[in-house]
Write a protein that binds this ligand. Sequence first.
Ligand code: ADP
Ligand code: MG
Length: 322
Amino acid sequence: MEFDLIARHFTRAAPGAVLGVGDDCALLAPTPGMQLAVSTDMLLEGRHFSPQDGPAGIGHKSLAVNLSDLAAMGATPRWATLAIALPEENDAWLTAFARGFFRMADLHGVELVGGDTTRGALTISITVMGEVPPGQALRRDGAQPGDDVWVSGVIGSAALALAYRQGRLFMEQIDAAKVLPALYLPTPRVALGIALRGIATSAIDISDGLLGDLGHILDRSRTGTNPLGARLEFAALPTLPVAQTYLHEAVARDCILAGGDDYELCFTAPADRRDAVEAAAESAGVAVTRIGHITAEPGLTVVDADGRALSIERTGYDHFAP
Ligand code: ADP
Ligand code: MG
């Protein structure tokens, strides 16, 4: 049964692997001289997705969030493995899940080379592998005082959609429809990450919230024993136009600053590389926005249009918060 299911849904040609699905291990031959970037993300029903997202959406999102980690390292995606626990064998569900998964995989040239399939509460764990030239990975620990802070795309949309869906923020239906795709169908910024090799000094993908994720860069990019700081301008943060309509609500402002699930890149680059950053973004077909700069003094400050510091209640999503 299990083998039949694997053969029907998850066995596809993997010309970029020496050996793909079907043996005890996959055999992979990384491009000589390249480093492998490896990352695993686990998604649980009820926590990272809900049944109403639909199987194709779940297939898309579970691979997209993994590819986002490769994007944040500047790695070129190559292979993935998929461990999946299912409460029951459901052919229609698996067919749609595989459609969403392989569509995302094909967009980014990722080959599924193995995995595990078992019965249990719906859980999806994916490991992605990508390649990056030695010394060129975009790490969290390279930010320097004076660097610009940038973000790709728009932020807060996924968190606004979640707040709407959970009844924490009232939105007109026509407005909600504009933010919901960010939650269901995130776009990993793979081409941008690759284009930023040799330009960005640090990068992270925004999965748990802008302030929290930028905080990881500040924490890892220490000068001596002190973490770095950053000063951001709230008015500079790129959002969908529809988000502006709701910014008088504290919960909407919180979605922009601390909402998760955007999967945009937050990165730093020297101020004299602004043209190079813009050219990289252009080549990747993604908008980027400068939102502030890195400071030698620790602490994250967000200022309003008058230069007054906003009070910040929360920086991001904490999986172990009570
Ligand atoms: P083993 O018992 O040797 O671990 P399995 O029976 O779990 O092997 O899996 C058989 C083959 O199918 C292996 O090559 C494994 O990598 C692959 N496989 C199992 N589940 C999946 C899945 N969900 N997606 C892709 N490949 C899978
Ligand atoms: Mg196994």
